[in-house]
Write a protein that binds this ligand. Structure first.
Ligand SMILES: *Cc1c(COP(=O)(O)O)cnc(C)c1O
Length: 389
């Protein structure tokens, strides 16, 4: 018998995994015993706050939570989301129709094109950006139209640059601020433009706000839904992962336009069975975290940011001070490509960054550093980089 396994076109057509070479180099360095300072990981190194873990311990004892959860999420969790939105953004949400629980925001982002994209439809995708946007589009049979995020435009997409022929086919767009990987933030005027653009061209806006709570100098980022008209055209994705150091727990949520959430919910009902209710219960506790606990987390990142930003600036790197996210995005020194510089750094200093082109072609010439090691290690990283620059 001749048996062969052949991948579907949608898998064969996946973009090349640009981090594969880096992953190999990292493994080799570790094997050789290099004292690696890994600034390539977008995953908080700080543990989940204790009060959330304590609530989980109690929640896990409840037999009611051991059964299938409700598809769309527990009402008590969705009510906690609505309360948090009111308090944080002064935005009113109906917990029944305008909040949807997700198995991490990645799950919702990955599924949303399946609900709205027919083969051949276009999705507007920012680049450099979170790789899930173009991949989710591909899996739904859609075509990604890249919106380059350029330094000269403060890393905001130029909506006027989208060709008319693309607009006619466009059904959905992804927007992400505070931005991964550039750490840019967006203001009210930009969101107003997005809403006008979306309304005029009938494009669903999916705003990814995973980093809305990782900000500096007390400058709080906006929610897309704070801008009038936003709820008519789109939804916003949030994650407990970055805000509460809960990446391993897998919970997030989408809020906003009820019809868009209904469409996304239809996909989910047919593919997954919701979030473990004990996690939803502990997440209610998370959403009610006292301000000083969050301030403490932000202070930790801010100290690291200052060490790395000031250090790299003094070494002559061209970069802007991040106002949000736990990333620092900087041009690589003249004469290097993104990958070339990452390799050079790793081989000569043991410091690992992420090549900017891994987030899309417009990221070429940049490197992303994550602020996910202690300030002490960050100082050490700056010292080591200083020796080879
Ligand atoms: C981390 C991240 C997410 C996903 O987080 P989840 O853990 O799936 O909630 C979404 N968008 C961006 C830009 C991210 O960096």
């Amino acid at each position: 018998m001749k048996f062969s396994v052949s991948l579907a076109d949608r898998v064969k057509n996946l973009p090349p995994y640009l981090f594969a070479a880096i992953d190999m180099m990292k493994q080799e360095a570790v094997k050789k015993g290099v004292d690696l300072i890994d600034l390539s990981i977008g995953d908080p190194d700080i543990p989940t706050p204790g009060h959330i873990v304590q609530r989980m311990k109690k929640a896990i004892e409840k037999p009611a939570h051991h059964r299938y959860p409700s598809y769309e999420g527990m009402l008590s969790f969705k009510q906690a989301v609505a309360d948090w939105y009111k308090k944080r953004f002064n935005v009113k949400l109906d917990p029944k129709t305008e909040v949807l629980t997700l198995i991490g925001s990645k799950e919702g982002i990955g599924h949303v094109p399946l609900a709205f994209i027919n083969p051949g439809d276009a999705v507007l995708v920012p680049s450099p950006g979170y790789p899930v946007y173009p991949v989710a589009t591909l899996f739904a049979g859609g075509i990604s139209h890249i919106m380059p995020l350029l330094e000269k435009n403060s890393y905001l997409p130029d909506l006027d640059a989208v060709p008319r022929s693309v607009l006619k086919k466009s059904k959905l767009m992804f927007v992400n601020y505070p931005n991964n990987p550039t750490s840019a933030v967006a203001g009210r005027d930009f969101y107003k433009d997005v809403i006008d653009f979306a309304a005029k061209n009938n494009i669903i806006v999916c705003h990814d706000a995973a980093y809305s709570e990782i900000y500096y100098d007390n400058r709080k980022p906006l929610s897309f839904l704070q801008i009038p008209g936003a709820k008519d055209v789109g939804i916003e994705f949030h994650s407990l992962s970055k805000t509460y150091n809960m990446t391993g727990w897998r919970i997030g949520f989408a809020v906003g336009n009820a019809n868009v959430l209904l469409g996304l919910g239809k996909i989910k009902t047919n593919l997954d069975s919701g979030v473990f209710q004990a996690i939803q219960e502990a997440s209610i506790e998370a959403l009610n975290t006292k301000e000083p606990v969050l301030e403490n987390i932000r202070d930790i990142y801010q100290e690291r940011r200052d060490v790395l930003y000031n250090g790299l600036k003094a070494l002559g790197f061209e970069l802007k001070k991040p106002m949000a996210t736990f990333y620092l995005w900087t041009k690589v020194p003249k004469g290097f490509t993104s990958s070339g510089f990452v390799t050079h750094l790793l081989e000569n200093t043991g410091v690992l960054g992420t090549p900017g082109n891994g987030f899309g072609a417009p990221g070429e010439g940049y490197i992303r550093f994550a602020l996910t090691v202690s300030a002490k290690r960050m100082k050490e990283a700056v010292e080591r980089i200083g020796r080879i620059i």
